[in-house]
Write a protein that binds this ligand. Structure first.
Ligand code: PLP
Length: 457
């Protein structure tokens, strides 16, 4: 890319720091500048079009040109651009949104607390759980268990819970000994030779049970899990996994938190990943597709009995001392409400159920590619895991970043995908994607895999 002195590229390098980026490499390479979007497509500053096969960061469910969301934001800005919800204050968009989200949620959920990002939702859930346990007279019941490879965000508490070392390396984390991680439910990567799905999920439930007993059930507060792990490599658990895990949690009075930041709002073919995977959550964290990412908004949803504990504790202390300036921001809430109306009116869930079998067929077919060790997915989320040798599941030397090579070639073929651990490429298009666009997306990925196979095998 030519770097003329005042180009967007040059100015980006001069002034902008990018998350999850090698900053020195960026000085050489510069950005891919996206200038506009239309449906499932985005366009760069040279006019090249791409299918956004990752819906941005697993979030733009309604694509990139939903005029109703722009209109909802404009209208709300004209009426009431900002109002706060601290100290008994409220406004209509946040009231309507809380009611709507709770009415869509699993039966166990009764109340909503709004924040601005997935990480804030996770941090807030952790804080509320600690506050709740203090209120119940269980001040030692504070430990939190997650899974290796889980992604729950990067703020200090969320960063502890995330089970991917890259969220902690170099940041002096961990600084708390309250967080523990168990094995992720990937039979492909974690299964013993010859182990069946049932044996595998029994083993994982026993691992969790043993950890809780070793730590002391009176010290363990909650278990956090994405129904389908996203950024850790799109790990779809066997269906027997969560029911067994929940039986262990119930036995030890440990709360189940379903992190629905990616799975929520239709991604897996049901409104909630919890429904798809048989989870009965005490709390849920939501973000991303709540507003189709048109504005930042997220939330923590909770059961009535959890709420009762919080309410008692806030009465005892005199105040629930947590929240953000932009909690329940009226414009973000109005956009989220409009997003949920569009989901209903356009029957987005039916659409996902109609096109996802085709998505799965194309994904499964890639399982036969010489470079693909496993093709996995559910609904409209999937990944291919790249291996050097399929029989032994041997990976390539990490230094060659094989999955980044595939994603780069897919991008050259007009499809944006995302390298995710371990040596996998994630696929998570806008939910509005059509059957023919699914074909174009997989055609691009297939060409990329062929290209990389030619140069490496
Ligand atoms: N939880 C899950 C499951 C996520 O995938 C993410 C982000 O991708 C987060 C939490 C953190 O969200 P955010 O990036 O909005 O802080």
């Amino acid at each position: 890319m030519p770097q003329t002195p005042n180009s967007l590229h040059a100015r980006d390098i001069e002034y902008t720091i990018h998350p999850y980026t090698n900053l020195r490499a960026h000085e050489e390479q510069g950005p891919l500048v996206i200038t506009r979007g239309d449906g499932v497509y985005v366009f760069d500053d040279e006019g090249k079009s791409y299918i956004e096969g990752m819906a941005g960061l697993w979030c733009t469910s309604l694509g990139f040109s939903e005029k109703r969301l722009a209109e909802a934001a404009r209208k709300q800005m004209e009426v009431l651009p900002y109002s706060q919800i601290f100290s008994h204050r409220s406004h209509e968009p946040v009231i309507e949104l809380a009611e709507r989200v709770v009415s869509m949620a699993p039966a166990s959920i009764a109340k909503a607390f709004f924040v601005n990002s997935g990480s804030e939702a996770i941090d807030t859930a952790i804080k509320l759980i600690w506050y709740y346990q203090n209120g119940r007279g269980k001040p030692n019941k504070k430990r939190i268990i997650g899974r290796r490879r889980a992604y729950h965000g990067i703020t200090i508490a969320a960063g502890h819970l995330t089970g991917l070392p890259y969220a902690r390396t170099g940041f002096d984390l961990p600084m708390s000994d309250r967080f523990f991680h168990v094995t992720p439910p990937s039979l492909y990567s974690e299964g013993n030779p010859g182990e069946t799905e049932e044996q595998f999920t029994d083993r994982l439930a026993t691992e969790l049970d043993t950890l809780i007993i070793t730590l002391g059930p009176d010290t363990v507060a909650a278990f956090f899990a994405e129904p389908v792990m996203g950024a850790g490599g799109v790990i779809v658990p066997p269906l027997s996994y969560f029911p067994k895990i929940q039986a262990v949690l119930r036995k030890h009075d440990v709360l189940m938190v379903s992190d629905e930041v990616i799975c929520g709002f239709g991604r897996t073919g049901n409104w909630w990943g919890a429904e798809t995977m048989g989870i009965e959550p005490d709390l849920m964290t939501i973000a991303k597709q709540l507003s189709s990412a048109y504005l930042p908004i997220a939330g923590v949803l909770m059961s009535q009995s959890f709420y009762e504990g919080l309410a008692d504790q806030s009465a005892a202390i005199g105040n629930l001392g947590t929240g953000y300036t932009y909690s329940g921001h009226p414009v973000a809430a109005a956009v989220a409400l409009e997003t949920l109306r569009i989901y209903d009116e356009d029957e987005i869930l039916n659409h996902v159920r109609e096109v996802s079998p085709h998505f799965k067929r194309r994904l499964d077919a890639l399982g036969g590619h010489p470079l693909v060790g496993e093709a996995r997915g559910v609904g409209l989320i999937g990944a291919v895991e790249i291996v050097k040798d399929k029989a032994s599941k041997t990976h390539f030397d990490p230094a060659i970043k094989i999955n980044a090579q595939v994603a780069a070639q897919a991008q050259a073929h007009g499809v944006i995908l995302r390298p995710v651990p371990i040596d996998s490429v994630g696929i998570c298009p806008p939910l509005i994607i059509t059957r023919s666009e699914i074909d174009m997306m997989f055609d691009g990925l297939e060409k990329a895999l062929d290209g990389v196979a030619t140069s490496t095998l």
